[in-house]
Design a protein around this ligand. Structure first.
Ligand code: S3P
Length: 174
């Protein structure tokens, strides 16, 4: 299959995509790209600035453009943003060009993790702490139809990087 040397890490905000992607790249000796950072480089602004100055629709446009035009070297792990697979035909694009890995977490696990960092994330910064769990539950339910299309679905909590490394190697050998 084409594109096996690219791996896309997908999943909800706070599921540890960037950390896992970086560790996985180190473990495989591959390159690493964080799509959110590429978007910030391309826009010359931070993600909160893009959302507040230009709005979410504009952010989604840049996100899709950066995803499709990044042209990564072969052997690259790309950590995406939580909404990347759910807009445009980005999930189709990722399925066609690489191996998709969904880091799955429950709303409870996500809420616990996001309570620490909600202020930095435009989609949740105005949500009171006591409503965060419900928001995540609803948003995750609406996004899971994309996330579940990933070729590999793995529990994000206590993620075993050496196990994931083996899974990726065995998918390359297919
Ligand atoms: C978003 C998730 C963020 C970032 C943006 C929108 C989302 O990335 O792309 O704030 O729609 O879920 P992380 O998943 O890395 O937080």
């Amino acid at each position: 299959m084409e594109g096996k040397e690219l791996v896309y890490i997908i999943g909800f905000m706070g599921s540890g995509k960037s950390t896992a992607g970086r560790k996985l790249a180190a473990s495989l000796g591959w390159n690493f790209i964080d799509l959110d950072r590429k978007i910030e480089e391309r826009a010359g602004k931070t993600i909160p600035q893009i959302f507040s100055q230009e709005g979410e629709a504009h952010f989604r446009m840049i996100e899709t453009e950066v995803l499709k035009n990044t042209r990564p070297l072969s052997e690259t792990i790309i950590s995406t943003g939580g909404g990347t697979p759910c807009h445009g035909n980005n999930m189709d694009f990722m399925l066609a060009t690489g191996l998709t890995v969904y880091l799955k977490m429950t709303p409870e696990q996500l809420a616990n993790r996001l309570l620490e960092s909600s202020g930095e994330r435009p989609l949740i910064k105005n949500i009171p702490d006591d409503q965060l769990h419900d928001f995540i539950e609803k948003k995750l339910a609406s996004r899971e139809k994309w996330y579940r299309r990933a070729k590999v679905i793995i529990e994000g909590i206590n993620l075993d990087i050496s196990n994931l490394t083996l899974i990726i190697r065995s998918n390359q050998a297919d």
